[in-house]
Design a protein around this ligand. Sequence first.
Ligand SMILES: [Ca+2]
Ligand SMILES: [Ca+2]
Ligand SMILES: [Ca+2]
Length: 264
Amino acid sequence: MYPDFRTATLVTAALSTLVLSAAASASPVNISVKVENLAPTNSISFAPLHIGFNNGTFDAFNNGQAATAPIISVAEGGSGSAWQPAFAAADPTATRGTIGGLLQPGQSVSQIFTVDNMLNQFFTFAAMVVPSNDFFIGNDSPTAFRLFDNSGNLILGSIGQKASDIWDAGSEAFDPAAAAFVGNNGLRTDQNGVVSFNFTELEGFNGLTTGANYIFDSQLSANSDVYRISFQAVPEPETLPLMATALLAVLGLSRRRRTEAALR
Ligand SMILES: [Ca+2]
Ligand SMILES: [Ca+2]
Ligand SMILES: [Ca+2]
């Protein structure tokens, strides 16, 4: 038997509800994050990228102020061993993670995160730049990059970083012998400085052999593109089975009603 008008109405209502809930982007959503090292061949590499989809309250550092343990744990070695727990403490419902490994010039890597697009509308990131003693990329303002609007729509396609966006944490003094990727990173001398923009110091590593066996050559000027983080919504595979299940439920309900009517 063909579904009757009442069934068709129920089906339409059920599908409308599903389509509406999808259009309103009910959280959670899956977001693919792609990171690319755009620096010239033989120039800077990057340690793994630490990220958090968040509510805009975790602020890891401030330009012109002394770096604290969380950002130092990124800048001096890349581990983020204090950055991640500090983030979790400041914003317990954030979706945090770490993307990729050593990212050499020309390389890229992607990872998918499940994000509450109403609760965590902002994106924060931090990665060490190598070779260096304490250089990193990251957002000073925790609300600098808004990914979702108040309806949950993805509104930011990518974040670009230029050489002029690279930070010196001001915590470890310049010394190639104590620098990650070209020296013994475990060594350090206090710089007792503040966080500031700095990419020109990277030239000081020119000619040294990196841990990835290329001879470092900075080649960077202020306007050089060095990094890109791109965001893309991933269609949820659950949507179709969910709709099918709803449809079957409505049809089953209708069939049962007809059977009951026939038995009366
Ligand atoms: Ca800040
Ligand atoms: Ca330094
Ligand atoms: Ca060091």
